[in-house]
Design a protein around this ligand. Sequence first.
Ligand code: ADP
Ligand code: ASP
Ligand code: MG
Length: 418
Amino acid sequence: MARIVMKFGGTSMAGMERIRNVAARVKHVVDQGNEVAVVVSAMAGETDRLVGFCREASPLYDPAEYDVVVASGEQVTSGLLAMTLKAMGVDARSWLGWQLPIRTIETHAKARIERIETDALVAAMQSGQVAVIPGFQGMMADNRIATLGRGGSDTSAVAVAAAVKADRCDIYTDVNGVYTTDPRIVSRARKLNMVTYEEMLELASVGSKVLQTRSVALAMKEKVRVQVLSSFDSPDQTDLPGTLIVGEQEIEDSDMERQLITGIAADKNDAKIIVTRVPDKPGAVASIFTPLAEASINVDMIIQNDSKDKEETDVTFTVPRADLARSVDILEARKESIGFRRIITDSEIAKISVVGVGMRSHAGVAAIMFKTLADRGINIEAISTSEIKVSVLIDEDETELAVRVLHSAYGLDAAEAA
Ligand code: ADP
Ligand code: ASP
Ligand code: MG
């Protein structure tokens, strides 16, 4: 017997037929004698629809009321799944975020889980009842409902798994594991049997939306054993491995001949800002980035061009597209004190990243990337690196080509199209 948290994403919960399929899968795991908690997403498309209503109600909507609206999608699916399980003869009940409760802190619409009260939950699971928990939601200290940011049900699942000390957290989605790159873009992407927490964290943070970044960070911190699986394989195949997210040592022990690069991701959610003719003197760059940081705007890649006359220089950087207008407003309001000439923006850019712990011990990963892109005439507008990642900024139109040629260049292509 094991204690297992199963999480089902939006595509897996979209409509009663799929919910019945999910219930059958849960029943299979219960019938094997396991204690089970299930975390569910809203039906695919539902959260987008609810966000649309909020925008229509008021462009400057109150985030606390936004949370009331968008958390409702998961309330519906958790109730429907509990009903369906009961109809199949499986004891089950829903536990909404405020009922457990799942305590959250900081900001509405991107709240963080602080603590989950588990006494009632564990007692229910031990009595053989399946606990069905809506993902994405929690409760603030003032008892108001909160949501965790888009894709947050993954984080709910990992947090529940950590809180109830589950043996495993199985994330069921619409692909059967983590691939070398998005299998919907590159048909020759290969499924990975294992990936390290660190690699998955980098991949998620640079655009692989298969897991929310924060869920991976939490799994790494709490040492939760996460597995990504497909909810569309037959339930009898639940024992087939999807992708296990593991510590680095475990991979080294099982796979001596790892590839240099584990995965490639593309992110089209950033925009580029060029601030021209900034005075080339101490404090100038700080005067640009300090007000952006104070407005919680996350600046990613930064380049300061060489100043030819040693007096003025251009500063280029990226921010989330959603924050572009606000960033420009903030800088324009400080035009005189910063002392720049003008601001140029470009939203049609993409960040392409190659990730792999193998690059710690091998030189030349970045050089392969630059040469491969150059051979295809793809221009690199900015570069950033970490210990296990190289990212470049390119024209958005060239995203798919870049991912495809890099996937081949690093030897990641599957032998035959999937
Ligand atoms: P869910 O609704 O189950 O949470 P998501 O849509 O959030 O599912 O995430 C699954 C999707 O992630 C897949 O359909 C796939 O297109 C995308 N994806 C992006 N990068 C990868 C990758 N490296 N491996 C697998 N899937 C990926
Ligand atoms: N329903 C939420 C969203 O679409 C949370 C999730 O599915 O993970 O972002
Ligand atoms: Mg998701």
